[in-house]
Design a protein around this ligand. Structure first.
Ligand code: AMP
Length: 514
């Protein structure tokens, strides 16, 4: 089934209901959103000659037009290629070339740099900025395409380029069935949605926030693109108060900033119904503080492009169940498998490991990608016998709660023992003067690798290696303690806020051991 049917259904059953806002200003109801998408579908096929299956790029800042473009493309049977707007135009050009997109939409703030690239490699016939008259013309003067073009569950809906903390990004082939599965799991495992709820797009719509537009379209809920186009903590709190019942996806760093702002304003996030966090590790200290300040507004998900937003979830109830004997362990976990997912933890040979032992997280289910676009070798390495090998290391407990350790490539092997950087990071974060920390391994002739911590101090805090070492002694085995501490102003991060451990390792390689 074509995902565009979700929009058609809401337009038929609740056409007058408000659909899209820019800030607090209502732009369209569901009837107009569907008409715009269906007219765009007609223009893309008749005027631009696109055929079902063709790819369309979206190199756009968060903008209300993203919604009608996503659904308009699906309506026409096309596949979308959303690209993080913070990428360098050359990186966007690589993705457009690799995905063989023939047309792309853009916004005026970033489009010109892409259009102005010399010697682009992509073979774009057209780059259409949504602010220009040419775009408005695509949405007028043509009969809307009455019904979405027929698509099967296996057909490509979204080519998701991985955030690429190493090497070139790969194009994850996400099908209509994958996203339908993600949508239904949102209701069963993350949060039920009511028509009066509002999805707030404070994180890039090219990633999780945009994927989560789907359950909100199916529920006929409201969609709010903040006037700033991105994340501004004070604006998010104000939009929460204005709309009430707001849901949003946020990476852990964004949650931390939101909590700081709430504290500064003496607020508790009233009006924010659900903050779905994930995409990177949320440390126990941080989520405890968030719950203290803002209360039961949080749900955690663990997913990856290869099984979009849909591997495990830690529910609102589980996050609030403070009296459970395993409460703290559960807070540090990513919860239990979502409804559509079968989950295992395996050793290097693919055998199941007993509870409590750490191995690679593997899964199967209808949320799992079809493979990597034009990359059979990577597909064969990642999808084996119908199972997705995530590259994440973790362990399951007897109740099915998964605790992630680290990506397999981030595990440090020192003196033959595996050390999971996350455990050392959690230990160091107990120190109130530590704002952020990232732990990596440095090659060492004696030990194989030694543990090195990069630490960002909280404002005004004075840190020294001895006190940091004391904190580690209190919480973790001696052999896991960092041998070196580097105090830095900030950690290098990619455009989704993930720490670039590869860059930290490169810094160490460039500097001899002290
Ligand atoms: P991406 O494909 O860019 O969304 O990145 C997915 C990766 O982010 C996963 O394979 C995990 O390593 C990490 N990740 C996602 N969600 C979580 C989470 N809730 N906790 C810890 N790591 C996460």
């Amino acid at each position: 089934m074509n995902l565009a049917h979700l929009l058609l259904r809401s337009a038929r059953s609740r056409g007058e209901h408000p659909a899209v806002y820019l800030g607090t200003e209502l732009l369209y109801d569901y009837t107009s959103l569907a008409t715009r998408a269906a007219t765009l579908a007609r223009s893309l096929t008749e005027l631009h000659g696109l055929q079902p299956g063709d790819r369309v790029g979206l190199f756009m800042s968060n903008d209300p037009a993203v919604l009608e473009i996503l659904f308009g493309c699906w309506w026409a049977g096309l596949a979308v290629v959303p690209i993080n707007p913070k990428l360098h135009p050359r990186e966007a050009d690589y993705i457009l070339a690799h995905s063989q997109a023939s047309l792309a939409f853009t916004t005026a703030d970033i489009g010109p740099a892409l259009a102005g690239l010399d010697a682009p490699t992509s073979a774009l016939r057209e780059l259409i900025s949504v602010e220009q008259a040419g775009y408005a013309a695509l949405l007028r003067g043509r009969e809307p395409l009455a019904a979405p073009v027929e698509r099967r569950g296996d057909d490509l809906a979204w080519l998701f380029y991985t955030s690429g903390t190493t090497g070139r990004p790969k194009g994850v082939m996400i099908t209509h069935r994958n996203l339908m599965t993600m949508t239904l799991c949102y209701f069963s495992d993350v949060d039920p949605v009511q028509p009066d709820d509002a999805a707030l797009y404070a994180a890039p719509m090219s990633h999780g926030a945009g994927l989560y537009s789907l359950p909100h379209v199916l529920a006929g809920a409201r969609h709010v693109v903040p006037a700033s186009g991105g994340f501004d903590a004070a604006e998010v709190l104000a939009l929460g108060r204005h709309f009430g019942s707001v849901s949003m996806f946020a990476a852990p760093t964004i949650v931390r900033r939101l909590v700081e702002q709430a504290v500064a304003q003496g607020e508790d996030g009233t009006g924010l119904k659900t903050i779905v966090y994930g995409g990177g590790p949320m440390y126990v200290e941080d989520i405890q503080r968030a719950l203290r300040v803002m209360g039961p507004r949080f749900v955690q998900i663990y997913g990856q492009g290869e099984s979009p937003m849909t591997i495990t979830a830690l529910s609102r109830q589980q996050l609030m169940d403070t009296r459970h004997p395993q409460y703290l362990a559960r807070l540090g976990s990513v919860g239990v498998a979502q409804a559509a997912v079968e989950l295992r933890v395996t050793d290097a040979q693919g055998n199941d490991l007993p509870c409590g032992e750490t191995g690679e997280v593997v899964l199967r289910g209808d949320s799992v990608m079809a493979g990597y676009w034009r990359d059979d070798a990577a597909t064969a390495q990642t999808l084996r016998d119908g199972w997705l090998f995530t590259g994440d290391m973790g362990s399951l407990d007897a109740h099915g709660f998964l605790t992630l350790r680290d990506r397999s490539k981030d595990v440090i092997i020192s003196g033959g023992s595996n050390i999971y950087p996350r455990e050392v990071e959690e230990a160091l974060l107990h120190h109130p003067g530590v704002a952020e920390v990232s732990v990596v391994g440095r090659p060492d002739s004696d030990w194989g690798e030694v543990v090195v911590a990069f630490v960002v101090a909280s404002e005004g805090a004075q840190l020294d290696p001895l006190t940091l070492d004391d904190v580690c002694r209190e919480h973790i085995a001696r052999f896991k303690r960092p041998k070196e501490y580097h105090l830095v102003d900030a950690l290098p991060k990619n455009h989704y806020g993930k720490v670039l451990k590869t860059e930290l390792r490169a810094r160490l390689a460039a500097k001899p051991a002290p």
